[in-house]
Design a protein. Structure first.
Length: 81
């Protein structure tokens, strides 16, 4: 799971939030699904457990990810989400 480098708002006047996270080399889940077309059930469960662990961790810190979708889920070279 990537770590947060920094976060805040763009300016005091413009309260648009931002978050800068560690770069994770890998491939979006959407591309992996397109290439492989179907996951074995065990692999699908493993990926989703990783995603749920990550979401639990950020939710415990008061962060809500408002754009959870396959192209925002990175699969690292070793196959973990």
């Amino acid at each position: 799971m990537p770590y947060v480098i920094t976060h805040g708002t763009v300016t005091d006047e413009n309260k648009t939030p931002y978050c800068v996270m560690q770069y994770i080399p890998g491939e979006g889940l959407d591309r992996v699904i397109q290439r492989e077309s179907r996951f074995q059930p065990n692999r699908a469960v493993d990926v989703m457990l990783d995603v749920l662990d990550a979401l639990e961790t950020v939710h415990e810190r008061g962060v809500v990810h408002r754009d959870v979708k396959p192209n925002n889920i990175m699969i690292e070279g070793r196959g973990r989400g």
